[in-house]
Design a binder for this molecule. Structure first.
Ligand SMILES: [Zn+2]
Length: 663
């Protein structure tokens, strides 16, 4: 075993700073740009990629800017301070015959660097930043140093295969303990980041590292070689992204092989087969079980396979898993994975509030999966899940300041519960920092989720102020809205020349008296208010198809579509089989789930009750919590106050609840 002295560590750290500086200069010359790549998904419906969408939104744009201007650098500084960057340098020295000892605590620490790079890449697409890009190039040069000559890239094992960074990882040769080594998880995030950076910049520096690693995987795990199952999924979707860029079918085959092999592995370490979704062949899995992040990453990979191979069996399997999750295992916030123990899905209808896990990464994975299901089917119900998750469980994971993070996202806090870190207050970083870096990679990707096209259809799935040029259509769409605080949306449609197409506008299920596309939650009150649509000032009516209001016509040069999605406070109750929510009620407004914090309800927090007879007022509070609508209720001369769930715990540790007793 090799140990570095403090002096050596400092020396390494100084070396790395020098590398960062010099590679900035080298990178400027070495990375010849090629034309920015469009990505093709092999799905029947294509997303309108974020390079065609310019946000001007009051809600999402500041969040994306905060990631680019502050959080990315913050995360790289953390990675540097905790050795995640240095590990690549140490690995490089070991490869050259030197000595070393990995820093950090997790076998997947490398991925925090990849995920931060991925978010950086997406942020560059609409907001070029040469300084940040040069910094990224220097980080990529550091990553390259840690790659072994044959393409292998997992720094802790290169540095010392007998001394894993975590004591729960079994030492041994490459690929010998895939259940827990995270070698293929590291590859998966490398591929996802490389695809993003190539797309954003046209540079091959990160992509070449990824392809070299992927080619190694082909030689080890490809056809007629070692049959093994990744212990933590994501290499499946990562390989497919490399296939989509290069057209190399072996990457696609290996992705499918990793999925097809499941249910037939006998090697088990620590977590058990069900926790890593290896208990049954994927086509026979009907219940969402095990580690929630692993699960939704795998379901996303299965959906890719269903789309690319047009495989009906794969499609049937993901539909069953989706129905199970949405009908029996999802929080009202869109969060999934209810147990702290092994970060896993609970049993059907097991949805506790105080001890909810609802990992931020699982919400992000659910969005990635649901977005694929939409592109495969054209059904708006997947976007009902995406919207609910994005505006509630997912962004609750990051503080309004942008530099504190929740790992679990409980729906109740007693101000004390700290079964696991981050259960009642956000933290600056974690030893296992998957959630912060996942937020960094996800948030700049948000503009990619707004529009999609299929033949002569243009889908509008999310509402935020932006201007988008629709590829292949010579059509520009401009949205103006104050969503999610107001349901009024102006959609300016400009066509270069008169042309026929269908504009499909998603009408959220919360507008048509259904909070979710399942039987898990329902409104306890009724409302006659419904959506309205005007075309050039004239109200138009029509039936919804798959959740979309369709305007099909010969579009003149300029048209104005106005949409009114009436927002009001609605009472929600859960399916009575959810014992933890029996007799409880929650409220929501538009796409936002609301909660009450003790800080706003001193002296009467414990007395809060809901009833369908409640009279609420909705008040714009631009100075509060980054600018929100707060909801008030007068009760016995006391004013109860409610805030959007995602804003909780931004004013210190205290009590919070989403669900209250029903009067
Ligand atoms: Zn996480």
């Amino acid at each position: 075993m090799y140990y570095l002295s403090t002096v050596n560590l400092l020396f390494n750290s100084i070396c790395m700073k020098k590398i960062l500086l010099t590679t900035c200069i080298i990178a400027a010359f070495a990375c010849n740009k090629v034309e920015k790549a469009e990505t093709y998904s092999n799905y029947p419906i294509e997303a309108v990629n974020l390079n065609h969408v310019q946000l001007s939104d009051n809600f999402w744009l500041p969040r994306i800017e905060s990631i680019q201007n502050k959080v990315i650098r913050y995360a790289f500084d953390k990675c540097e301070a905790e050795g995640r960057l240095e590990n690549f340098v140490i690995a490089g020295q070991v490869i050259k015959g030197g000595e070393g000892c990995a820093r950090g605590k997790m076998p997947f620490d490398d991925t925090d660097v990849y995920k931060t790079l991925e978010g950086l890449a997406y942020s560059l697409i609409n907001s070029p930043n040469p300084t940040l890009e040069a910094y990224a190039d220097s980080v990529i040069t550091i990553i390259a140093q840690g790659q072994e000559p044959d393409g292998y890239l997992t720094t802790w094992r290169t540095i010392n295969p007998m001394k894993p960074t975590s004591d729960w990882v079994t030492p041994g040769p490459r690929w010998s303990h895939l259940d827990i080594s995270h070698e293929l998880y590291n590859s998966g995030h490398l591929f996802e980041a490389a695809a993003a950076y190539y797309w954003a910049t046209g540079k091959r520096n990160m992509l070449d590292i990824a392809l070299k690693n992927a080619d190694l995987l082909l030689s080890v795990f490809g056809d007629n070689t070692y049959n093994a199952v990744p212990g933590h999924q994501i290499v499946e979707t990562g390989l497919i992204k490399l296939y989509q860029i290069t057209g190399k079918e072996e990457y696609l085959h290996l992705s499918k092989k990793f999925l097809d092999l499941r249910g037939d592995s006998s090697v088990r370490e620590i977590w058990g087969a069900e926790n890593i979704q290896d208990h049954l062949p994927v086509l026979e899995q009907e219940e969402a079980v095990g580690h929630a992040v692993r699960a939704v990453y795998m379901y996303a990979g299965m959906t890719d396979i269903a789309a690319i191979y047009q495989d009906a069996e794969y499609l049937a399997a993901v539909h069953k898993l989706w129905e199970n999750m949405v009908n029996k295992k999802m929080y009202i916030t869109g969060g999934i994975g209810s147990r702290h123990h092994l970060e896993m899905f609970g049993d059907n209808y097991e949805l506790p509030n105080l001890t909810a896990y609802s990992e931020t990464c699982a919400s992000i994975g659910s969005v990635y999966w649901n977005e694929r299901l939409f592109r495969l089917t054209g059904d708006a119900k997947y976007y009902d899940i995406i919207e609910r998750t994005m505006y509630n469980a997912l962004i609750a994971g990051i503080s309004l300041e942008g530099t504190e993070f929740f790992y679990p996202n409980p729906l109740e806090s007693d101000g004390e519960y700290a079964f696991n870190k981050g259960a009642c207050t956000r933290e600056a970083w974690f030893d296992c920092s998957c959630c912060p870096t996942n937020l960094i990679r996800f948030i700049p990707y948000v503009p990619n989720l707004i529009y999609a096209t299929h033949d002569n259809d243009i889908y509008i799935n999310l509402f935020m102020s932006n201007k988008a040029s629709i590829p292949g259509k010579a059509v520009t769409i401009k949205q103006e809205t104050n969503y999610p605080w107001d349901g009024k949306i102006k959609i300016h449609v400009s066509a270069n020349e008169r042309q026929a197409f269908a504009l499909k506008i998603r009408i959220p299920e919360w507008v048509v008296n259904k909070p979710v596309p399942s039987s898990l939650y329902q409104y306890a009150d009724t409302s006659d208010d419904t959506y309205k649509v005007w075309l050039d000032g004239k109200e138009i009516k029509g039936e919804l198809t798959n959740g979309y209001f369709e305007i099909k016509q010969d579009w003149p040069e300029n048209s104005l579509v106005e949409l009114d999605l009436p927002m009001q406070v609605r009472h929600v109750v859960a399916n009575e089989q959810v014992t933890d929510l029996k007799g409880l009620m929650s409220i929501e407004y538009g796409p936002l789930v609301y909660c009450a914090e003790e800080i706003d309800n001193k002296g009467h927090f414990e007395q809060i009750r809901f009833s369908t007879k409640d009279h609420f007022s909705v008040e714009s509070a631009p100075e509060l919590l980054g600018g929100i609508n707060s909801i008030k209720k007068k009760e016995d001369s006391k004013e109860q106050s409610f805030i959007p769930y995602y804003t909780w715990s931004n004013r210190g540790i205290g009590k919070m609840k989403v669900w209250f007793a029903q009067e």
